[in-house]
Design a protein around this ligand. Structure first.
Ligand code: NAD
Length: 529
């Protein structure tokens, strides 16, 4: 079935056999809840309630922090090699159980299986990187002190304590687990708040971590609506790692600032793709199909604006529209569909509102544009628009669905200006056969990540390089050295081996000052640091 086939009806696929009621009950039993009631967590393809998710009260959250802090006191004393041994076992379990993890990701998010299985790869990739690099990054670094030979100063990495991780629904396992394991490697405990809709896969990740040897209590989960849980979580945390929308990021940043704790904010985007004159259009079309419709357009780094030179516009448009109209869009727990559902009927309404607003203001629909209730309660067609302006909802703000606007440009300078004409700066993609020329354009784009001849995977999978947003897309970064060291405080441990400050017995203060100033000149010239 294709997205344009509106008359056909599919029967809803059967929930994967691995997702048993016993498993669901075991997972949600991890959430502390005394009097917070429950939230109905549904299977996206059918809208059926899967499980009643307990909701945590402020008192539950405070208790989770007490428990996490108690476990962290011991965990932080484990030698790093012992902590990494747990992570190596966890890596193996994450890989071994990838299909069950993908089942859980699919039931709670509605994404297609190709994306779900790709999502399972992120925590193992992050673990691989930091298992190799943590010994170097967390090792004490000894430096010279102010008086050569007599003083030393050593930078010692201390864990922050308990890190609050707040995760969104679009990559619940990747964002919930990858950020948490990095904080754990640094010697912290974690209290995670997943989105209510997608709490299952991170809870399952914690079960695997504990099977690998993670001490019980070290990794807590609290659940609830953001504004209910957020304040208590931030007020008890020593650091906050937040991934979500720019609007919520501002709320989190304000509260963390008031508490004088650090935070990393990974926020939204309105990511451009710039196609240069010499680009291979067949490759560009395939790139755009993933960039726009991958994860049903619900990737923070995905593409919502495509800029094409006048001379290549028609050819690209025709090929891209044909490809979008032929996409296999369905609800299925196998690898067939190229695109799955949006996460919820509410989110589908938001995407629909963006498209309807654009059309009402004169935009043209080249492909898609409508919900697909025949496929499931939150399906929306792969949608390509033309004539979108910045006055429209989808012209300036993030749609976060399978919707893209095509634009023409007359010169590369104009393309760069248009790509930069946004408050966001998360990701961008530049395509051209002359890679050096494409790279030169990429350097002019104001974004924390820019991919040449790729959409996002090259940047996001490069775990050795920091990945974060600029402008309104975030503060700080994950991955790279800072992705681990941000979860630590640096203690400056300074040692004076022998007291030499101040005048020696019988020396006048004037003579002492003369000697001190001569010492300053020597320090400037010497190679000793
Ligand atoms: P959201 O901001 O609504 O929610 C994100 C998380 O924050 C959820 O767990 C939510 O319950 C919680 N939350 C909401 N209000 C809160 C509050 N006042 N205090 C504490 N927590 C609160 O975002 P969303 O709609 O769930 O996710 C989609 C957004 O996330 C998109 O904008 C997307 O671009 C962004 N995102 C960014 C990245 C990145 O790495 N930059 C990655 C994935 C998603």
């Amino acid at each position: 079935m294709t997205a344009t086939d509106h008359t056909a009806r599919t029967t809803a696929p059967r929930r994967p056999a691995s997702v048993t009621d016993a498993l669901l009950d075991r997972l949600v039993a991890r959430v502390p809840s005394t009097a917070g009631g429950t939230w109905k967590l549904t299977e996206v393809y059918t809208g059926e309630v899967l499980v009643e998710l307990p909701q945590s009260t402020p008192a539950d959250i405070e208790r989770a922090f007490v428990e996490a802090r108690r476990a962290q006191a011991e965990w932080s004393q484990w030698p790093l090699a012992k902590r990494l041994k747990v992570m190596k076992k966890a890596h193996a379990l994450f890989v071994r159980n990838a299909q069950l993890t993908a089942d859980l990701i699919q039931v709670e998010s509605g994404k297609n299986r190709r994306m779900a299985i790709e999502e399972t790869c992120d925590p193992p990739m992050v673990l691989s990187h930091y298992i190799k690099h943590a010994p170097r990054l967390l090792a004490p670094v000894k430096k010279g002190g102010p008086v050569p030979f007599l003083t030393t100063s050593t930078a010692i990495r201390q864990p922050k304590g308990v890190v609050g991780v707040i995760a969104p629904w679009n990559f619940p396992f990747a964002t919930g687990i990858s950020d948490a394991v990095t904080a754990l490697i640094a010697g912290n405990a974690v209290v995670l708040k997943p989105d209510n809709k997608t709490a299952l896969s991170p809870l399952w990740g914690i079960e695997m971590l504990e099977e690998a040897g993670l001490p019980k209590g070290l990794f807590q989960v609290v659940c609830g609506e953001g504004p209910d849980v957020g304040p208590t979580l931030i007020d008890n945390a020593n650091y906050v790692m937040f991934t979500g929308s720019t609007a919520t990021g501002r709320v989190i940043g304000e509260r963390a600032g008031r508490n004088l704790i650090g935070c990393c904010l990974e926020l939204g985007g309105k990511n451009p793709m710039v196609v240069l004159e010499d680009a291979d259009l067949d490759e560009v079309v395939e790139g755009a199909v993933f960039g726009v419709f991958g994860n049903t357009g619900q990737i923070c780094m995905h593409i919502e604006r495509i800029y094409l030179p006048e001379s290549r516009y028609d050819e690209f448009r025709d090929k891209f529209v044909a490809r979008a109209q032929g996409l296999d869009v369905r609800a299925a727990y196998d690898f067939g569909p190229e695109m799955g559902s949006l996460v919820s009927p509410d989110h589908m309404e938001r995407v629909r509102a963006h498209v309807e607003d654009a059309v009402a203001q004169g935009a043209i629909v080249l492909a898609g544009g409508r919900p697909r209730p025949d496929l499931g309660p939150a399906f929306f067609e792969p949608t390509i628009l033309e004539g979108v302006t910045k006055d429209m909802l989808c012209g300036a703000t993030e749609t976060f669905g399978p919707v893209v606007a095509l634009h023409r440009y007359r010169s590369v300078d104009e393309a760069v200006d248009l790509a930069n004409d946004t408050d966001y700066g998360l990701n961008a993609s530049v395509w051209g056969t002359d890679v050096a020329a494409a790279e030169a354009v990429a350097r002019r784009i104001q974004a924390g990540n820019v991919n040449v001849n790729d959409i996002l995977a090259t940047a996001f999978a490069s775990k050795g390089t920091p990945s974060g947003g600029v402008k309104q897309s975030g503060v700080g970064a994950r991955h790279g050295d800072q992705g681990l060291t941000k979860y630590t405080d640096v203690q400056n441990l300074a040692v004076l081996k022998k007291q030499v400050m101040g005048p020696r017995p019988g020396q006048s203060y004037e003579e002492y000052v003369k000697g001190m100033l001569a010492g300053l000149t020597m320090m400037r010239r010497t190679r000793i640091r």
